[in-house]
Ligand binder design. Sequence first.
Ligand code: FMN
Length: 352
Amino acid sequence: MSPSNPLTARLGIHPIIQAPMAGVATPELAAAVSNAGGLGSLGIGASTLPQAREMIEQTRALTSGPFNVNVFCHQPALRDPTLEAAWIEHLKPLFLECAAELPTSLDEIYKSFLDDEELFSMLLDTRPAVVSFHFGLPPLEWINRLKEAGIYTLATATNLEEGRQIQDRGIDAIVAQGIEAGGHRGMFDPDVVDEQLSTTALVSLLVQNLELPIIAAGGIVDGQGIKAAMDLGAAAAQLGTAFILCPESAANQGYRAALKSERAAVTTLTSTLSGRPARGIRNRFIEYAESAAGIEPPAYPIAYDAAKQLNAAASKLGSSEFAAHWAGQSAPMVRELSAAQLIATLLRELSL
Ligand code: FMN
């Protein structure tokens, strides 16, 4: 077992964080991880305010351990009616195939935390032990107030420049998200050139150049992977895909079947599902949506509205070919265990 470091000592945890996963992480999953000595996380980026509060309260009822609540700090979407109409038109054959009504317009289906003062107040009120930020950072004043409330803060970086901004803003620790990672890339600005750094390169870069504890995320599914990251100087590892098959996750049968099939070996980074780059198992939606050169998806999360409507219609017909099955590059190696068994297994492998 690795010795404790400032991050694990402050939170009183093993160096294992279950990644926040909007739509997949449940109170049961987060609490089971925290009860097993890791840090469980909730992803409330796509939840309404009452849903988010309820998830926090449910988690608190299931564990006395610390847990993390994650919010999305993307720049609010710039509307482009022409682009949005062209995207709907592009997807028309898929809507027809699923016998679904073609949307006449698309919505910004959830707010950025940057625009959500009520959510900020709710976090101050409920005071989870940890709050984490994805896609950017909130204003300094909000970070300071969360920290004054005793909350430990984390933020995702995909390169050194983002890591520097996180450190300068006074965040407590950095999640170093490599290109292998499942789900959305936490890059602050999806329009800048993506350096696409691997988890190994990024962790080393951040450890060598910054002072904050670094949490390795991306492609890690076993204790050996956690150990390798810690050998590079990471204080902990954050695992997402590894927890999707846990019975406590909200993943549906189609998602579980895809992750257990040979198709899990082929993951793709695509903006077509949501409007921001995210890694998932390649399916017919991605194949089709990427097929037309020159037709770009609308901004995040407007594109997601189209994909979610299509997936809802396809699901009714028993198809999950249009779903967002987020998964990282190590997806073929995930194990189907309860969260407690998975943490125990990871700890055993880590101490070998
Ligand atoms: N990261 C966030 O910060 N917030 C999220 O809501 C979020 N949702 C995710 C949903 C899924 C299904 C997955 C697989 C990842 C998600 N991520 C999210 C990214 C994870 O925090 C983490 O970077 C990633 O899972 C690490 O790579 P791995 O999946 O290979 O372990």
